[in-house]
Design a protein around this ligand. Structure first.
Ligand SMILES: *[C@@H]1O[C@H](CO)[C@@H](O)[C@H](O)[C@H]1NC(C)=O
Ligand SMILES: *[C@@H]1O[C@H](CO)[C@@H](O)[C@H](O)[C@H]1NC(C)=O
Ligand SMILES: *[C@@H]1O[C@H](CO)[C@@H](O)[C@H](O)[C@H]1NC(C)=O
Length: 475
């Protein structure tokens, strides 16, 4: 027994310092003569030490377990992170692929368009050639007929007559084949027009797609202040070119064809591309709406590009776009009708004879007052070019009215009428702020911005105008 304890003691003495470093120094002289007492003392020490060691071991185990748990946690989190990172990279590569595809389609479309242009030119030159040939043939026919006449006046052998008749047959069949060729050429050219408009639609789709991507990449707050673009004018619902060629030239023609429900329709003004437009059919005739304000849902403080091409929603507020308005009124036989409503539900209207020039003269407007129960601030704007905050065409020197106002209009001097101003639900505080509102009567103490506006275009009626405002409805 004793020897066992001794062995333990010796073991403890040699092991403990190695294990716990500087925790407790054992007696440095275990083999002095007074060993019995000191051995008992050492035994106590050993117990103490063993206890300590045990506790140390336990807390180390707890510590190790805790650490293990934390490490597991970290590993789990790392796994989750790994997975979402993987998903993200998959998404990113998908987006990249789509972008690549879009790019490729654009290239193909551009190439197609070029090809079609080339074809179109070729066909044109062919048509020219055929026309020349036809006129030279006509000349030949004429001279032959002349000869025939002179021959019949003299005596003619039956041989000569037969020869002449044969020649005539040849010429007739040639003329027929020329007519056939011309027909084929015309068909091809129709086909080209159709294809071109299809390509245009695809291009617009691509443009709107990349626009969407851009806005997603930007912050979402910017998206709200961007004006939405009007829906592209054609969709795959147009299956044939005859459908496009047969589109009405405006809402008035559509109404006369029997369509009497207000809504969004495809139209194709003379010499223009087809596009979608809102038709107001509620007044016994059709009129093409070019502007509408009613709730401030669309930001009208836009640049030249937006005013030229249009913005907003047909369902709510919109500006059809100067390019399209020009194509509707370029023939000089249009009526511009302006309907306004204030916050007391008072409705008024005014009509002008209307002509809008094209982009080369910055969409200069020409107005002649016709009728209506509103004051006429716009006749004074006749001959004015269109102005936006980024293209100052007003007559005010050293100042940009469209900037002081808001939105684009045919501005003359600052403080003019402007139906594309900012929409205020309540009376604006300051005078400079009120000046930015939707104004029709400048100079007066313009109390507030208007509540509803609708501007529309229709041809000068052939019968005396009977447009009664009482039955008007804002859509
Ligand atoms: C298109 O042209 C025809 C005559 O060629 C004319 O009668 C018609 O009013 C024009 N349409 C528009 C919308 O200008
Ligand atoms: C149209 O507007 C631009 C920019 O404001 C101007 O530089 C140009 O001279 C204008 N065109 C005409 C015909 O006045
Ligand atoms: C028309 O505008 C001019 C400024 O270009 C102004 O001097 C004139 O008084 C205006 N006329 C009317 C009738 O408002």
């Amino acid at each position: 027994m004793r020897s066992l304890i001794t062995v333990l003691l010796v073991l403890a003495v040699t092991l403990v310092p190695a294990l716990c470093g500087n925790t407790q120094r054992p007696d440095p002289q275990p083999e002095t003569p007074t060993e019995t007492r000191s051995r008992f003392a050492a035994l106590d020490d050993v117990r103490l030490l063993a206890n300590g060691l045990l506790q140390l071991g336990q807390s180390m185990r707890e510590f190790v377990q805790k650490t293990k748990g934390q490490i597991n946690d970290i590993f789990q989190k790392l796994n989750i992170f790994d997975r979402s990172f993987y998903q993200l990279s998959v998404l990113a590569s998908e987006i990249k692929e789509e972008e690549e595809e879009l790019k490729k389609t654009t290239v193909v479309l551009t190439a197609n368009n070029e090809e079609i242009k080339g074809l179109s030119e070729q066909i044109n030159s062919k048509v020219d050639g055929i026309l020349q040939e036809k006129s030279s043939l006509q000349g030949k026919v004429d001279s032959l007929e002349e000869k025939l006449r002179s021959l019949t006046s003299g005596l003619m052998t039956s041989e000569q007559t037969a020869e002449i008749n044969g020649l005539r047959d040849v010429i007739q069949s040639q003329e027929q084949s020329i007519a056939k060729l011309l027909e084929a050429v015309r068909e091809q050219s129709d086909q080209l027009i159709y294809q071109r408009s299809k390509i245009k639609v695809l291009e617009e789709k691509l443009a709107s797609h990349s626009f969407a991507q851009e806005t997603i990449e930007r912050t979402p707050e910017i998206f709200n202040s961007e004006a939405p673009t009007l829906a592209p004018y054609l969709t795959s619902s147009f299956s044939s070119r005859t459908e496009i060629l047969n589109l009405p030239s405006d809402c008035s023609e559509l109404f006369n064809r029997g369509e009497q429900v207000s809504g969004v329709y495809a139209i194709r003004p003379n010499g223009s591309e087809p596009f979608m437009a809102f038709c107001d059919m509620s007044r016994g005739f059709g009129t093409t709406v070019i502007q509408r304000r009613r709730d401030g849902s669309v930001n009208f403080d836009q640049n030249w590009d937006k005013y030229e091409n249009g913005f907003g929603e047909f369902k709510g507020e919109f500006w059809l776009g100067l390019r399209k308005i020009h194509s509707l009124s370029a023939w000089g036989n249009s009526v511009l009708q302006i309907q306004l409503e204030d916050w007391k539900q008072d409705r008024h209207f005014i009509e002008y004879r209307f002509h809008l020039h094209g982009p080369e003269s910055n969409y200069t407007i020409h107005l002649t007052h016709l009728s209506g129960d509103l004051p006429d601030p716009m006749s004074n704007h006749s001959g004015m070019m269109f102005s936006t905050k980024d293209r100052d065409n007003d007559r005010q020197q050293d100042s940009n009215c469209a900037h002081h106002h808001s939105g684009g209009w045919w501005l003359n001097t600052c403080g003019d009428a402007n139906l594309n101003g900012r929409y205020f639900h309540m009376r604006a505080r300051g005078r400079s702020e009120r000046r930015r509102g939707i104004q029709w009567r400048p100079g007066q103490k313009n109390s507030y911005s208007l509540k509803l506006t609708q501007i529309s275009v229709h041809p000068v009626p052939t019968l005396p105008s009977s447009s009664s405002f009482e039955t008007d409805h804002f859509q």
